[in-house]
Ligand binder design. Sequence first.
Ligand SMILES: C[S@@+](CC[C@H](N)C(=O)[O-])C[C@H]1O[C@@H](n2cnc3c(N)ncnc32)[C@H](O)[C@@H]1O
Length: 287
Amino acid sequence: MVLPKASPEYSEPEYAKPQDRAKAPYYHSNIDHRLVPEELLEKYSHVAREQQLEHIHLIRDKTWDIRAYPCIGLGSWFTPQLSRLPVYDDILRHVKEGAVLMDIGTFLGHDLRRLAFDGASSDKLYGVDIVNHFDISYEFFRDRDRFKGQFIQSDILSTLSPGLIALQGKVDIVLVSQVLHQWDWGNQVKAAETMVTFTKPGSWIVGNQIGNPVAQDVHLKSLSTTVWRHNLDSFAKMFEAVGTATSSRWETQAWLRTFPEMGWDAKDGAWMEPNVCVIEFVARRPL
Ligand SMILES: C[S@@+](CC[C@H](N)C(=O)[O-])C[C@H]1O[C@@H](n2cnc3c(N)ncnc32)[C@H](O)[C@@H]1O
């Protein structure tokens, strides 16, 4: 089910606006190699193996025409990420027991489908995104008649939609992958403070984002933007600051990963700064 959007004010970076594929260093015309032995399309979506390459290219290009995010052009979203997080088994168990999970920046809701495929009941799953990729997600996963998760169109840096406000204080696990890194320190803190409003004691905030062993502001020339790169220390500090601002306490655990460790090519990050990597994280709000 897709809930209507609330606010026309968007806070996306300029580079996310639709742009010419040929000019983007992170649009790779051939993403065949992303089709790692992948059961989701075959066993969940029932897309025959011989149709899968055509299917992922078609859907990737449809989504690129909506928003030109680097991970969409690279096709890196297609490599399973949530299921390789060290706490994935705990997340899955928790959701199977009835926990509510909200995926912020859900894009095609692929992580939600992974949970459903792994046995979670989809009716406790919520996908949030600033723009509607949801209709294409049903086309990709061929599950409009059976996926019971709800999609909410809302900007988490701006006025929240009523559907999101209704979930404040009710979410057990907030997932945020490949989203926070698009912002500077200030907007990452702002987004994290908003995420905290959905939580309650016992909740977790989990996910990953692009990181660097040296925490720093990085100017990305090809995106004409400056972003904050976290390392383990700065990530913990951000949650200390967020906890203070929201009167909540957070215990963080994080891991730095190379691109190959994420299942990506080392050259996928060649258009970014040296030593770029990924930070996976879990922030726990004690009971
Ligand atoms: C790079 S994709 C990541 C998709 C997915 N989470 C993953 O890990 O593969 C970032 C997603 O965040 C969404 N997004 C960007 N800014 C947002 C905002 N302010 N509020 C909600 N969603 C946002 C984009 O539309 C996009 O679908």
